[in-house]
Ligand binder design. Structure first.
Ligand SMILES: Cc1cc2nc3c(=O)[nH]c(=O)nc-3n(C[C@H](O)[C@H](O)[C@H](O)COP(=O)(O)O)c2cc1C
Length: 313
């Protein structure tokens, strides 16, 4: 049956969203696909989550924006992006022409920003959006909306009122109680939760020249393999709180990682930082899952998901 086996349907009470495979490229790490298309087996790409799009074009932060850490990285890109008008004019036609499934990731600094973005994407028939209320690298908005359950519920309701498609809200690990935020998202009518965005982090590089020390530092969002246990913890907490589907993100690099996330409640996954180490990782993982299913006679992904979730020692 081939790739058909990997089909994944995210189902909320009011909508559903179908993915070719359960393995997607995470926002900000997979561009708009064209950056990776020479490396990946495109047939096995579950979809692309776009870079965070804002109303206006943004140049992002000045200075050092990337710092390598043990088993991960810190970034402070600051939501550099082309802005929604340019996305619609230049990026959207290419994604459509190449038949790439995608989810538009959006970010704003005010309720009005998110409402306007929601209206524009609705008018352009964009099938799924991921609302970023979790970026730690900008001075205003974004994470501020994702910390307080009341504010978050109000924001998601406003977006819901302006957008008819599949609505995903991306949560942050930099909060005191993710369960109340997950509940707020569900109550406001969102269809799905994705988690996690990056963790606050500080990278320091000291150099001694024989007389004095010099210091370079980058404060931003930590991601990569080192964050996987944190993400597993949060995905598990979200699963124990809400009924809507969950897309897991954070340190995922192998098929086994995907299975671990499924075991705590994930329905699909996104791959972020690992794309920089292995640009074909998304299709590699999907192909490996297909081989595993063939070898072990799993008829479809739902079947595999149910079996993984039943295992408890
Ligand atoms: C360079 C870089 C840029 C990112 N840009 C965005 C963004 O624009 N919007 C967003 O929601 N998340 C963004 N993220 C967060 C990732 O989508 C992902 O949630 C996070 O990196 C954890 O996954 P990972 O450990 O697999 O990288 C970015 C991450 C990195 C490393």
């Amino acid at each position: 049956m081939g790739i058909e086996k990997l089909k994944t349907v995210l189902k909320s009470p009011n909508r559903s969203f179908e993915l070719k495979t359960p393995v997607l490229g995470a926002s900000g790490t997979y561009g708009y696909n064209n950056e990776f298309e020479d490396f990946i087996n495109i047939e096995y790409l579950g979809g692309v989550v776009t870079k965070g799009i804002t109303l206006e074009k943004r140049l992002g932060n000045k200075g050092d924006r990337i710092f390598e850490t043990t088993s991960g990285m810190i970034n402070r890109i600051g939501l550099e992006n082309v802005g929604i008008d340019c996305f619609i004019k230049e990026k959207l036609p290419v994604l459509k022409e190449k038949n790439i499934d995608f989810i538009l990731n959006m970010a704003g600094s005010s309720f009005e920003d998110y409402e306007k973005l929601a209206t524009i994407v609705n008018d352009n028939d964009i099938k799924a959006i991921e609302v970023n209320v979790s970026c730690p690298n900008v001075n205003s908005g974004c994470l501020e909306f994702g910390k307080n359950p009341k504010t978050l519920e109000e924001l998601v309701k406003k977006i819901r009122n302006n957008y008819d498609g599949f609505l995903i809200v991306k949560l942050s690990p930099n909060v005191s109680d993710i369960r109340s935020l997950a509940l707020a998202v569900q109550n406001a009518g969102a269809d799905c939760i994705s988690a996690i965005n990056t963790l606050h982090g500080l990278g320091i590089k000291l150099n001694y020249n024989g007389k004095t020390f010099t210091k370079k530092s980058v404060q931003g969002g930590l991601s990569g393999r080192c964050v996987k246990p944190v993400s597993l913890y949060y995905v598990n907490q979200i699963k124990n709180t809400v009924d809507i589907p969950i897309i897991a993100i954070g340190g995922i690099a192998t098929m086994n990682d995907v299975f671990e996330f499924i075991s705590v409640g994930a329905d699909a996954v996104q791959i972020g930082t690992e794309n920089f180490t292995n640009p074909s990782v998304i299709s590699d993982i999907a192909v490996n899952i297909e081989k595993f299913m063939d070898k072990n006679n799993f008829k479809d992904f739902e079947d595999l998901k149910c079996k993984i979730r039943l295992e408890e020692e």
